[in-house]
Design a protein around this ligand. Structure first.
Ligand SMILES: Cc1cc2nc3c(=O)[nH]c(=O)nc-3n(C[C@H](O)[C@H](O)[C@H](O)COP(=O)(O)O)c2cc1C
Length: 394
């Protein structure tokens, strides 16, 4: 069971470790990503006997690597490697080197190695002149986030061509810029399915072109950045960084309670600090500097859960949309919006067929709140976009 004293010590160690990171990054996204460490500790605390102070070494390694990334220091990587080696030595000498330690050590080593390679590869700075931006945004949050980034690039005389990704079938952009930016909302701890499919099958080969990843989430992006990075790397892009921020939750199911409460919660994000950091990163990106967050942090099983809960087969049966006939005014918004053209009009009332991609556009944007999804939206409230200009209209 949880040992409250060690748990308090762990949280204290984590809070102390966060201080320099917060001053270096001034971004809440870093705080969130590093919070996976106390979570792992908590699990280990609960199910296994404690291994003493050695568990703090990965925390030190992560803090040092993140600081090294922000301060652009290679020495930091060396210190981080020393931490890992020290941790191993400590574990071996104290005779506490079991299976869990090997797994934990393995993950940390992979992380530090990938990060080291990435840092070494990025010695040649690259100043972008013309950027292609693939923007996927279902309720406008990512559109808003990205606009702040592109405004800064344009102020620095960089040409930005925005390619709106909505209907995969209609999406065939000419990507002749010298850099690619990929921007998307997190959907089930991963990028949205249509985008994953596009990246896997149709994105032209990058031939070593640099790419940057931007994404928004309601708070739990987990491995979405890692998955996007892997897919871009598979298509021959050299991913040079990533950044994300918390935005209002656009899943109607969870928006239970009074409207005023949700208006208040929505108004809290995006955090001012995150947007300030985004603009700093955009400036550094324009100068060709290494910026944003390190490419990967912790692979967690939640990405797997995302694939299990949101897939072609489950979506077809579980996430079924239906229309409240009394409310529907036959405006056809849903039909015109659906990224995968699931709706057709039957006597003026939209009827859905086939697999839902769970963008929630038809539910969130319906002017009469007539579109519902069984179990998933009928108990909550739709998310009325704060940035409607980014909503795709046919
Ligand atoms: C089907 C679905 C799944 C989502 N899954 C996650 C998730 O795993 N983690 C998270 O933090 N936010 C999740 N969100 C929330 C969105 O990522 C977030 O609200 C985002 O800012 C929406 O951006 P957009 O307006 O550009 O589409 C999900 C939203 C949808 C519709």
């Amino acid at each position: 069971m949880v040992n409250h004293i060690t748990l308090t010590q762990d949280l204290l160690a984590w809070a102390i470790a966060m201080l320099p990171l917060f001053f270096a990054y001034r971004s809440w996204s870093v705080l969130f990503e590093v919070s996976v460490i106390p979570l792992v500790w908590l699990i280990l605390d609960t199910f296994l006997s404690r291994q003493g102070a050695m568990w703090y070494i990965p925390l030190v390694a992560v803090v040092v690597v993140l600081l090294g990334h922000r301060l652009k220091s290679r020495i930091a990587i060396l210190v981080s490697v020393i931490c890992i080696v020290g941790w191993t030595a400590f574990a071996v000498l104290s005779n506490s080197f079991g299976f869990i330690e090997i797994v934990f050590l393995g993950i940390t080593l992979v992380w530090v190695s990938v990060y080291t390679l990435e840092t070494i590869r990025q010695t040649n700075s690259h100043c972008p002149q013309k950027v292609d931006l693939i923007l996927c945004s279902f309720s406008g949050n990512t559109g808003h986030y990205v606009e702040k980034f592109t405004d800064t690039l344009q102020e620095n005389d960089i040409t930005v061509i925005v390619h709106r990704f909505h209907r995969k079938e209609e999406f065939a952009p000419i990507l002749d810029g010298d850099t690619l930016i990929l921007a998307f909302p997190v959907s089930g701890w991963k990028p949205p399915w249509p985008l994953i499919e596009y990246l896997l099958r149709d994105l032209p080969s990058g031939k070593g072109k640099p790419a940057f990843i931007l994404y928004t989430s309601a708070g739990g992006p987990e491995n979405a950045g890692f998955i996007a990075w892997t897919l871009l790397a598979l298509r021959g892009y050299r991913v040079i960084g990533r950044l994300w921020s918390t935005y209002p939750l656009n899943v109607p199911t969870f928006r239970i309670g009074p409207k005023s409460l949700w208006r208040f919660i929505d108004s809290l994000t995006p955090f001012k600090k995150d947007i300030e950091f985004l603009i700093t990163v955009a400036k550094e990106f324009s100068r060709g500097e290494k910026t944003g967050l390190p490419l990967i942090l912790w692979p967690t099983p939640l990405a797997l859960l995302g694939f299990l809960l949101d897939n072609r087969w489950i979506n077809r049966f579980l996430y079924r949309t239906y229309v409240w006939r009394r409310r529907c005014i036959g405006c056809n918004f849903c039909e015109n919006y659906c990224p995968i053209n699931r709706f057709s009009s039957e006597s003026g009332i939209p009827k859905a067929k086939g697999t839902c991609y769970l963008c929630f556009g038809c539910v969130n944007h319906c002017p009469k709140n007539a579109m519902q999804m069984r179990f998933l939206s009928e108990y909550g409230q739709p998310y009325k976009s704060r940035w409607p200009k980014f909503i795709v209209k046919k």
